[in-house]
Design a protein around this ligand. Structure first.
Ligand code: ATP
Ligand code: MG
Length: 309
């Protein structure tokens, strides 16, 4: 019995147009984990998720779900997963209960079982009152919940959500967070992709950051946040900059001609930063410390490298 809910080895995806969306990804998610997959637009998050449920065919590599190789027994692997794709993909003219119950049917539940189970998950997601409505009349947040209800109908051990809270208001987002936490506490493994860093920070135990089809960081949240121990200084310059500057080991973000932001690991002594600035003859009239957390790390890891030196 594998201790991984998900094992991805050297996973590559080259789309037909030649685009290499995944460049040999390696990832493992322990059973029972709450795992966050972060990355900018186009990083390959949805591609990775689609491969797990065979919506996209991989080019190369191995995927095991609870130890089951998807090339060897896809139906068994698929049964363990509930997926909430990024885009709504139900028939909007179908009724809510029907959408969820039909899905249960795919997993071999009898009509009665499917209906019971669908009613149960709709209650859980506070959609029960809407069960006889066509999906098209639901609000965006309700549609999102419908997608989640449908993913849960066969009681999968592993729930995968591709940006579950995109376009969901703050209150509902919090409710969803609580619900996902509850599912996780009940033993379900959860993988979610998100653009909301605070979401990953508040929910996830492990976080992977991908960029351009590659994993650039994969750690438990604590270590990731420790990595995050960066300092960002905002400098108001005495004289406008005439050209772009670069400082070794420091990421320089030019806000405008007279304002720059310097981000560097907190362990680098301030005196060293001052020396670097001096060497480039950059003098400033004020300096502020900008608080930074996951967001900073995310930007640091996902921006293309600038030349240092
Ligand atoms: N069907 C396709 N054919 C060709 N290229 C594709 C296809 N689907 C995705 N891509 C490309 O693969 C790369 C990864 O896309 P993907 O949708 O996996 O990114 P993502 O991380 O989910 O982004 P987002 O945060 O915007 O949802 C992108 O460059 C995208 O343009
Ligand atoms: Mg996506």
């Amino acid at each position: 019995m594998s201790s991984w809910a998900l094992e991805v080895r050297n996973l590559r995806k080259v789309y037909e147009n030649g685009r290499e969306a995944l460049k040999g990804i390696n990832l493992t998610i322990p059973i029972g984990d709450f795992f966050g997959l972060l990355g900018p637009n186009g990083a390959g998050k949805s591609t990775l998720i689609s491969i797990l449920v065979s919506l996209t065919r991989k080019t190369e590599g191995k995927v095991r779900i609870f130890g089951v190789d998807i090339d060897e027994d896809f139906p068994l692997a698929r049964k363990k997963i509930g997926i909430v794709p990024q885009e709504f993909n139900f028939n909007i003219f179908e009724k809510v209960l029907q959408i969820v119950a039909n899905q249960a049917g795919y997993y071999g539940l009898s009509y009665r079982q499917a209906k019971e189970r669908a009613e149960y998950v709709l209650q859980e997601l506070q959609l029960y009152e809407k069960r006889h409505e066509q999906a098209r009349v639901l609000s965006g947040g309700m549609k999102r919940r419908l997608m989640i209800a449908r993913a849960l109908v066969h009681d999968p051990a592993f729930l995968i959500l591709d940006e579950p809270t995109a376009g969901v208001d703050l209150e509902l987002r919090r409710q969803l967070w609580h619900y996902l936490e509850k599912l996780n506490a009940q033993g379900k493994t959860i993988l979610l992709t998100t653009h909301y860093l605070e979401e990953a920070e508040s929910l996830c135990r492990h976080i992977a950051i991908i960029r351009d089809g590659e994993v650039v960081a994969c750690k438990d949240k604590k270590s990731l946040l420790a990595m995050l121990d960066t300092t960002t200084l905002v400098l108001e310059l005495e004289r406008p900059l005439k050209r772009q500057i670069s400082l070794p080991g420091v990421s320089v973000n030019q806000i405008d001609a007279e304002t720059i932001e310097l981000t560097f690991p907190s362990r680098v002594p301030m005196s060293k930063i001052m020396k670097l600035l001096e060497r480039k003859q950059i003098s400033f009239c004020s300096v502020k410390n900008k608080t930074n957390r996951l967001e900073e790390l995310f930007l640091m890891l996902t921006q293309k490298e600038e030349s240092h030196g």
